[in-house]
Every structure is written in C-alpha cells, then in structure tokens.
Design a protein around this ligand. Sequence first.
Ligand SMILES: NC(=O)c1ccc[n+]([C@@H]2O[C@H](COP(=O)([O-])OP(=O)(O)OC[C@H]3O[C@@H](n4cnc5c(N)ncnc54)[C@H](OP(=O)(O)O)[C@@H]3O)[C@@H](O)[C@H]2O)c1
Length: 247
Amino acid sequence: MNNYNAPAAALQNKVILVTGAGDGIGRSAALTYAKYGATVILLGKTVKKLEAVYDEIIAAGGAEPAIVPLDLKGATSSHYNDMATTIAREFGKLDGVLHNAGLLGVLSPFEHINLASWHDIMQINVTAAMLMTQALIPVLKKAPAASVVFTSSGVGRVGRAYWGPYAVSKFATEGLMQVMADEYAGSSIRVNCINPGATRTAMRAKAYPGEDPMRLKTPEDLMWLYVYLMADDSKSENGKSLDAQPK
Ligand SMILES: NC(=O)c1ccc[n+]([C@@H]2O[C@H](COP(=O)([O-])OP(=O)(O)OC[C@H]3O[C@@H](n4cnc5c(N)ncnc54)[C@H](OP(=O)(O)O)[C@@H]3O)[C@@H](O)[C@H]2O)c1
C-alpha cells in the first residue's frame, strides 16, 4: 500500500482521539480526520495550540471537537480513567486513538545519556501511551471496529548512533504494538504503527538543524496512511508497522 484515496465520508460518525494534536503531524491528523467526518478529541500539552486547531476545525465546517489539556509527563492512570469515563459519557464509544505525541530529547553520545531525560522520554513516548490505551480499552470495545495507531520511527526499527533514549522508546513502541495486536487479534480492536519518515516539523528541525526543511515532505503529504488506518477499509490490518513514505 503506498496511497489511499479515502471517500469523503471515510470517517463519518467516528470519534477519534489524537495525542499531540496541537502541532506537527498530530495537528494535521486532527484537521484531516475532521475533514473526513470524524469528531476529534484533541489532546495535548499547550492549550493555545489545541484551541487554534479547534477553531480551524469549526471554521472548516467540521464536527465540534473536544479538547483534553494534558501533560503526558505527569499524567497518571487516574487522569486516563477520568478521560475514558468522560468519553464514554459524552460519545458512548471511541473508534480510534492516534498515539502521536512524542519527545525527542537531546541527541547525544551513549556515555552522556542523562537519566532524567531518559525517564521523561520513556514516560511520554511509551508509558503514557500504554496507560492511556489500557484505560481506553472499555470504550474502544464499544465501537464496532476500533483502531489503535502508535507512532514509530526509522530509529525504532534499526538503532542509530546518538539517538539513545528516543530510538529505544520507539523500539518499545513497536513492541507494545505487536504485543497488543497479538492479544487482540480476532477482536473488534486492531493495533498498528505508522513510521512517518522524515517530515517537516519542529521535532525534525531540532534533530537536523542544518537541513533545508523545504526538501522534506509535509505532514499533509502523509495523511493518506493516517486516514487509511482509521477508516473501515483497514479493518483487516493488524500488527503492522507501515511507512507513510514508502520507498
Ligand atoms: N517529524 C519527523 O520527521 C518524525 C519522524 C519519525 C517519527 N516522528 C514521530 O511523529 C510524532 C509526531 O512528531 P512531530 O514531528 O509532529 O513532532 P512535534 O512537531 O514536536 O509535535 C509533537 C507533539 O507532541 C506533543 N507533546 C510533546 N510532549 C508532550 C507532553 N508531555 N504531553 C502532551 N503532549 C506532548 C506536542 O505538544 P506541544 O506542542 O504542546 O508541546 C506536539 O503537539 C512523534 O511521535 C515523533 O516521534 C516524527
């Protein structure tokens, strides 16, 4: 699969939660899901950014989104349980979760890896996604076909010098996806990963400050795969790690 022409109503009547929805790839995914008919739950750290996405969705005629301001660094199971209870009460079901929020940290030689930074990256990139998914399982089960999508990276498949904790967190993300996919195989919940590939965002600019961003794909260029994995056309996909920029 290297493209998907989604029908205009591909995500009609679906409720989809996007983490890190205020910026970069998550912002683009939230806007795109709303364009294809979904009601989007916008989760992120910076409320102003989430409000700007909310306004853009409304201005484009999309369904009214919900905003969940949450810093994944400090969030606990009780935050996720409260959120799941609210989603069940307000919407009755959850059709999709895009785990997109992520922290790069500082690229450094192995010998300079800082333990506090290691913990933060694992917390935001792995533990938060695991705890949130655990809390959301009951409301995901209320949807006829639910899609859980994790965000990986090229360095989550093949390790690379100096990418330390970020790369390890993405290997863990791939592992979590595979474990869940095997466990939920045959159920109404499917679990997959997207590797976005090099994309013009703030995170990429931080990792490669000398690079010309205009040579990179934009988040919008990747959206075919983000929509596909939330649409019913991908119902049979489970346990896959797919590239948004296939070679
Ligand atoms: N861009 C690439 O080339 C590339 C390549 C491979 C994989 N990825 C992956 O794709 C995903 C999106 O990356 P991106 O490039 O779009 O990054 P980005 O522009 O830096 O956006 C990251 C998003 O995550 C949110 N976030 C970070 N820490 C958070 C926290 N503690 N609590 C809640 N939200 C938090 C940010 O919110 P705030 O803006 O409020 O801080 C932001 O909305 C990440 O998982 C990344 O690892 C990106």
